[in-house]
Design a protein around this ligand. Structure first.
Ligand code: CP
Ligand code: NVA
Length: 304
């Protein structure tokens, strides 16, 4: 059975194939018939944390592929009353053909997989966000026509997005420079793993150093979901890490800025950057739809 828990579940070739499939789904959307491999199939979308894009893209993807999405949020289901994930997984597996799951700790995702008899897709945990990376990579390919021979910069927290970028860098042999304040770096094991796989990875303190000549500059919120109580302290720690027009004067002249969204204008990114000519964030958000379709097709064994 194919679970999509991390990008490494795809492998390098599988990742490229999935991006090709996402490009096909993007084109297919312009033809009225589309492709409906999910007719007669139901997909559970289980959210223990808030979501706009992930829910929207998966729900629309399932509908456009002819299937039926069932959205379950912890509020309003028995999850909030403490029903174990193991029991939820067993019941879902009796009725649906795949499960996308957004949760906090990776151990809850592992439980879902352990007790599920249908494919599970990781729709974000505190540790990773692989489905977002699929969209980010599709967007980079759309703007640059390639993924290699580019310099990638990450500015901000070494969070679930940063670790998924490390995973992508490892699989694809990318050059990735991360600027993070002390104490907010991604786990060293994941940095080393990306290096061992052939990525060129540097973790630096100065955002200007990370962004210098970079083609792709990515950032994310300073306080992720679940870290709201740390917000004030984090604002201090991340002082100087805003992706600003000034910072981007160091980047490659043809650079693109990515942000998985939601964004806090004026905090981790200037409004003029997010809404500016080098921002690819709306294409990136749209790519969630095409890549969600490709991910579902991969997990369920259909071709685009
Ligand atoms: N980028 C992303 O995953 O957005 P949502 O939290 O709105 O799903
Ligand atoms: N790092 C953010 C990503 C949101 C899509 C979070 O986990 O809240």
């Amino acid at each position: 059975m194919r679970h999509l828990l991390s990008l490494s579940d795809l492998g390098r070739d599988g990742l490229i194939k999935l991006l090709d499939s996402a490009d096909k789904y993007k084109k297919l959307r312009q033809s009225p018939e589309g492709s409906q491999p999910l007719v007669g199939k139901s997909i559970a979308l289980v959210f223990e944390k808030a979501s706009t894009r992930t829910r929207l893209s998966l729900e629309v993807a399932v509908v456009e592929m002819g299937g039926h999405p069932v959205v379950i949020t912890s509020v309003g289901s028995q999850i909030a009353r403490g029903e174990p994930i193991a029991d939820t997984a067993r019941v879902l597996s009796r009725m649906v053909h795949a499960i996308a799951f957004r949760t906090s700790g990776v151990e809850r995702l592992t439980d879902m997989v352990k007790y599920s008899s249908v494919p599970v897709l990781n729709a974000l945990t505190d540790q990773s966000h692989p489905m977002q990376l699929l969209a980010d990579l599709q967007t980079v390919r759309a703007h640059f026509g390639r993924l290699d021979d580019l310099k990638y910069a990450w500015v901000g927290d070494g969070n679930n997005m940063a670790t998924s970028w490390l995973e992508a860098a490892g699989l694809l042999g990318l050059t990735l420079i991360l600027a993070c304040p002390e104490g907010y770096e991604p786990p060293i094991e994941q940095v080393n793993q990306a290096r061992a796989l052939g990525a060129e990875v540097h973790v630096v303190r100065d955002p200007r150093e990370a962004v210098r000549d970079a083609h792709v500059v990515s950032t994310d919120v300073f306080a992720s979901m679940g870290q709201e109580a740390e917000h004030r302290d984090r604002l201090d720690a991340f002082n100087g890490f805003i992706v600003s027009r000034d910072l981007l004067t160091n980047a490659h002249s043809e650079h693109r800025v990515l942000h998985c969204l939601p964004a806090h204008r004026g905090e981790e990114i200037e409004a003029e950057v997010l809404d500016g000519p080098n921002s690819a964030v709306w294409d990136q958000a749209e790519a969630r739809l095409h890549t969600s379709k490709a991910a579902l097709a991969w997990a369920l064994g259909f071709d685009a």
